[in-house]
Design a protein around this ligand. Structure first.
Ligand code: SAH
Ligand code: SF4
Ligand code: F3S
Length: 441
């Protein structure tokens, strides 16, 4: 069978889609890039904002016409929206064949085969923590790979649906992660991205109290990965600010392969809003943590997530967010307009900020960010950066693209030696609005 997989949402979902695809390939099926060539359509969905669900439902709804033309087509929905809505989706979208929640995605292949045999619809959203190691399959070889090290989340930020759709936080064993990493490196992988909803809580058995000073299983994992010969870079996303204790900070400083870039979700710069969000830190403690991290790793760059228009967010709260963002000087930021999620606690609060006002606040932060990024990039002209070469640039075939360990994108003209996955020195000659340009040296 030819299988088309479309992914919505976060990197964890991308990773899951890759593993599902690999399971199909292992069983002799092929993956394809167009829904019109496929015998099986899989939509791996997201629930984090209403827009994410609407987008997926729109696309799946559109596939009804295709199914009318090709009645044997099998259409399945997996992931977070599948978990949230379950068999309600079968009722809403009658041309669907199956719905598998986040605890059942490892059964996508057997479910598809069952449906091909008897055409009976299936909806399964049962929780199955047994799947944690079953999604270790990877797709085609590349210089970079993602490894999911934890699943689920226990933090219950009041706006967030993830703990409800991804279930309780579980960590994989260190041995299983290391063996997956070694295998990937043997296949040519140079960079590993560790994934978890609350990645620095790795190994804490779901305890929501950040670890005491001196103790961090996540730091131990980074140290073990840092020793793998042939691996060049280690990245991770997303950590929660309170988990950066002395132990973890010193591991970041001493592990040469761990990249100098942290995605550190802030959400808001107002203590009142942070508290209503059930985020267990204040603007001041966030600020102090950033300073501690910078003291240990001076060229560290930061990116973040921010929500504008949380219930009750006044102009003064927004001003605090804007101020803190400018003060930290994030090199990248993802700004989201608050979206009430049925089932999450904050959905019980009135959505007080109008859509226009959310958009206005969103645009102000984006504007600040754009200015900051271009100034920051301009400041790097004339420097020499070590770049991990990723391959031909998507925008201009004459150029290659790479990334610094601080996560800046660099475009350069290739020489005859350059290979994907190489670490090369690049002299930065000019900057653009989102990336750098340079010459190999
Ligand atoms: N586990 C990650 C976040 C996953 S969701 C972490 O905690 O770091 C990614 C981002 O989506 C969040 O950081 C938050 O900024 C945003 N988000 C989550 N729920 C949202 C909602 N209901 N409305 C708007 N943005 C939301
Ligand atoms: Fe959601 Fe908070 Fe968990 Fe991140 S830490 S997934 S924002 S509940
Ligand atoms: Fe979306 Fe689920 Fe990820 S809700 S952000 S796909 S964990």
């Amino acid at each position: 069978m030819k299988v088309f997989i479309k992914t919505y949402g976060c990197q964890m979902n991308e990773r899951d889609s890759e593993a599902i695809g690999a399971l199909f390939v292992k069983a002799g099926h092929t993956l394809c890039d167009s829904e019109y060539d496929a015998d099986v359509l899989l939509f791996n969905t997201c629930s984090v904002r209403d827009a994410a669900e609407r987008k997926a439902k729109g696309k799946i709804g559109f596939m009804r016409k295709l199914k009318l033309k090709k009645p044997d087509l099998i259409i399945g929905v997996t992931g977070c929206m599948a978990q949230r809505l379950g068999d309600q989706l079968l009722a809403e979208l009658p041309h669907l064949d199956f719905v598998l929640g986040t605890g059942q995605i490892h059964k996508a292949l057997e479910t598809t085969e069952k449906i091909a045999a008897d055409r009976r619809k299936i909806a399964d959203t049962a929780v199955d923590p047994g799947e944690i190691d079953m999604l270790g399959e990877h797709g085609k070889n590349s210089w970079s790979a993602q490894i999911a090290i934890t699943r689920g989340c226990n933090r219950f930020c009041s706006y967030c649906i993830v703990p409800y759709v991804r279930g309780r936080e579980v960590s994989r064993s260190q041995e299983s992660i290391l063996s997956e990493a070694r295998q990937l490196v043997d296949q040519g992988v140079k960079e590993i991205l560790l994934l978890g909803q609350n990645v620095a809580a790795y190994g804490l058995n779901g305890d929501i109290r950040p670890p005491a000073d001196g103790f961090s299983p996540f730091a131990e994992l980074l140290e073990a990965l840092n020793k793998i010969p042939g691996l060049a870079r280690i990245r991770y996303t997303s950590p929660y600010v309170s988990y950066f204790n002395d132990r973890l900070i010193s591991a970041l400083a001493s592990c040469k392969k761990v990249c100098h870039n942290i995605h550190l979700p802030l959400q808001s710069g107002s203590d009142r809003i942070l508290q209503a969000m059930n985020r267990q830190y204040t603007a001041q403690s966030y600020r102090e943590k950033v300073a501690q991290l910078r003291a240990a790793v001076p060229d560290l760059t930061f990116s973040t997530d921010v929500i504008v228009g949380f219930p009750g967010e006044e102009e003064s709260d927004f001003a605090l967010t804007r101020e803190l963002m400018n003060e930290v000087g994030f090199e990248q930021a993802y700004i989201f307009k608050y979206s009430p999620r049925p089932g999450a606690k904050s959905a019980l609060l009135a959505d007080t900020v109008s859509e226009e006002e959310k958009l206005r606040r969103n645009n102000i932060l984006l504007d600040d960010l754009e200015k900051r990024i271009s100034a920051r990039l301009a400041g790097l002209t004339g420097t020499v950066q070590e770049v991990l070469c990723e391959g031909v640039s998507a925008r201009n075939e004459a150029r290659w693209t790479g990334r610094t360990d601080t996560n800046f994108v660099v475009h350069f003209e290739p020489d005859d030696k350059v290979k994907t996955g190489d670490l090369r020195q690049v002299k930065i000659t000019r900057s653009g609005s989102v990336s750098l340009f340079g010459e190999l040296i």
